[in-house]
Write a protein of this length. Structure first.
Length: 111
């Protein structure tokens, strides 16, 4: 399986609302689109005083990752839904995509 770990450096003071919108609006849309969301939340450590958050998603293959991501971010549900509330709070983000055993995703889901 493929795991994607995305980290977000957030604008000052926006972390709590970013995670609320992510959990209550964005994650349900991702799951409706067939994306497996393993975990999301705030980092326990602030880097250089910046709040940081994370999103971990799982995919069956790198092709599925590409296809689902393209379809989701092009969808009206995302664009007219939580997109602005999410994007407006992000200073920058970084993604790591790697192969991992199913047990890794399952362990993170139990978190």
């Amino acid at each position: 399986m493929i795991l994607e770990i995305r980290t977000y450096r957030l604008k000052p003071g926006s972390g709590e609302e970013f995670v609320r919108v992510m959990r209550e609006e964005s994650v349900p849309l991702l799951e409706e689109a067939g994306v497996r969301v393993v975990a999301c939340g705030m980092s326990l450590v602030a880097e250089d005083g910046h709040e940081e958050a994370y999103l971990i998603r799982a995919f069956a293959s790198i092709e599925e990752h590409r296809e689902q991501e393209e379809a989701f971010y092009a969808s009206d549900a995302w664009r007219s839904g939580p997109r602005e509330a999410i994007v407006s709070r992000i200073e920058s983000y970084h993604s790591i995509v790697m192969e991992a055993p199913e047990e890794a995703a399952a362990a993170l889901e139990r978190g």
